[in-house]
Design a protein around this ligand. Structure first.
Ligand SMILES: Nc1ncnc2c1ncn2[C@@H]1O[C@H](COP(=O)(O)OP(=O)(O)O)[C@@H](O)[C@H]1O
Ligand SMILES: Nc1ccn([C@@H]2O[C@H](COP(=O)(O)O)[C@@H](O)[C@H]2O)c(=O)n1
Length: 470
């Protein structure tokens, strides 16, 4: 998780990608939304950061209301540079954009968040794509003001700090971080900040569930809040994540829907699978047959893509009524093992665009964490081949699919290609994403309860292929 902001722009913590918390019937569970309001420099951001640190989970987003300041007219902008613009009136914010961003994040979708530059009093030219999170903290002086935004919140906090302390902190912070001079801060405070706090901000305390007097200094209140949020997250994890990983062990292949296409089980395919499943297979052979099987799966996957009619003139002068693939295709590999299949895609298809997603499972909980995603900007108009050699619980695959959807790819334009899958994982994916097509070479339902490896499978595919076995 990285704080990507410079001193004068708005704070944003990036989510490491939301774990695919889908119910067994495929419904997405909403993120837990915390609202934190309070006066300027009362400690809202500091309390939000303390909560994030204590939760110690990677999928928390802090969304600052500063990102949603309205763009000023040239006249307003001139006044702002003379400390004569009222940034503390409720009308200073674009609540509709804030609401949309919060709605998207609450539903587990990504949101594009504008960045605000305090030194120019305007949104900067950059914006940030923030992936869905399990906890979203929305903080700002008017965080508890807009009725529609309040409706999205699971818990509402008001930080109540003495106004003299707030003023002293604000002078220090605005000079050090926001490019202001002390006299200007005082003028703005007397003219706008204090009256707006009394008239508009303080009354929103009535909308709060919890009031934290003294902000960050109030360890007891903050700890109680953190315990409360942790309990909510644990309940989610216990009731939703576990059934996908554990309780579906006895699922049967006949429960699978026809968005799954099995690679035809020819004798050659069976022979290749036998070599890959054999623990005694030397690495060179493992690489050779993985590459060969990958090419077959890719060819079969390409066969799922739409084709247009095309007539060509043959060398003998006859008309041949054929087909052509008239769509852009992006191959997205789920690293590291998916790289094996990219090699196969490069060898059978062109021209193709490429993207990469790095997801690493937590060693204890096996929950996936997104570390990196690099996809072509135009991917939303492409057919996408998502590639990962193994699907076990389906959690990594669901996160990878979610990222593609977040980048604008329609669900029906995604084909997920895999060499080995469990019916449990396939079912979980099908329940959450009914229009995603899957192409798989081998199905096996026996999963090791501790290591989450498919029993008759290939072992840790990447380790065997890249020679990184211990
Ligand atoms: N309890 C505290 N003790 C000392 N300094 C604090 C405390 N809480 C916040 N600050 C400092 O005060 C300034 C404003 O705090 P911040 O959390 O950014 O407030 P807000 O988000 O409400 O504007 C920051 O420089 C922060 O480091
Ligand atoms: N261009 C701007 C925009 C806003 N402000 C002040 O920021 C305060 C809100 O931010 P906090 O982190 O303190 O909650 C608000 O009181 C505005 O006066 C500004 O000075 N310049």
């Amino acid at each position: 998780m990285a704080n990507t902001n410079n001193q004068t722009s708005t704070l944003m913590l990036k989510s490491a990608g939301r774990p695919p918390w889908y119910t067994p019937d495929g419904k997405n569970t909403p993120a837990y939304v915390v609202g934190i309001a309070g006066g300027s420099a009362s400690g809202k951001t500091s309390v939000a950061r303390r909560i994030v640190e204590s939760l110690n989970v990677p999928w928390v987003v802090i969304l600052s209301m500063d990102s949603f300041y309205r763009r000023l007219t040239p006249e307003e902008s001139k006044r702002a540079f003379d400390n004569n613009h009222d940034f503390d009136h409720p009308s200073s914010y674009d609540y509709a954009s804030a609401l949309q961003a919060l709605r998207d994040l609450k539903q587990g979708r990504a949101a594009r968040i504008p960045q605000y530059d305090f030194s120019t009093h305007s949104p900067s030219s950059e914006s940030q794509l923030v992936y869905g999170a399990s906890v979203v903290i929305f903080e700002g002086i008017f965080a508890l003001y807009d009725p529609a935004i309040l409706q999205l919140m699971d818990v509402k906090i008001f930080v109540d700090t003495d106004s003299d302390i707030c003023l002293a902190r604000r002078i220090k912070r605005d000079v050090a971080e926001r490019g202001r001079d002390p006299l200007g801060v005082l003028q703005q405070y007397d003219r706008f900040v204090k009256p707006a706090y009394d008239g508009f901000v303080r009354p929103t305390m009535n909308n709060a569930d919890v009031i934290i007097p003294r902000g960050l200094d109030n360890d007891v209140a903050i700890d109680l809040m953190i315990q409360h949020i942790k309990r909510q997250l644990n309940e989610l994890s216990a009731t939703i994540m576990r059934p996908v990983l554990v309780d579906r062990y006895d699922s049967r292949p006949h429960g699978l829907k026809d968005t799954l296409a099995m690679l035809p089980q020819s004798t050659q395919v069976r022979a290749m699978q036998t070599i890959l499943c054999d623990r005694g297979t030397p690495r060179n052979d493992f690489i050779f047959y993985s590459d060969r099987l990958s090419r077959l799966v890719i060819e079969y996957g390409l066969g799922q893509l739409p084709l247009e009619q095309k007539s060509v003139r043959t060398p003998t002068g006859m008309l041949y009524e054929g087909r052509e693939m008239d769509v852009a295709v992006t191959g997205v590999t789920v690293l590291r093992a998916g790289g094996v299949m990219e090699k196969a895609l490069r060898s059978v298809a062109r021209p193709v665009h490429y993207g990469k997603i790095l997801i690493v499972g937590d060693p204890v909980t096996h929950e996936p964490r997104l570390h990196y995603a690099k996809l072509p900007p135009s991917i939303g108009t492409h057919q996408v081949l998502l590639m990962d050699p193994t699907i076990v619980s389906g959690a990594n695959a669901m996160m990878a699919i979610r990222i593609c959807l977040d980048h604008g790819v329609p669900e029906h334009c995604i084909v997920f290609l895999s060499l080995l899958a469990t019916p449990q994982g396939v079912q979980a994916i099908q329940a959450a994403f009914p229009s995603v097509k899957l192409v798989v070479a081998l199905l096996d339902s026996r999963i090791g309860k501790d290591d989450l490896l498919v029993r008759s499978g290939y072992g840790i595919f990447g380790d065997r292929y890249f020679g990184t076995e211990c």
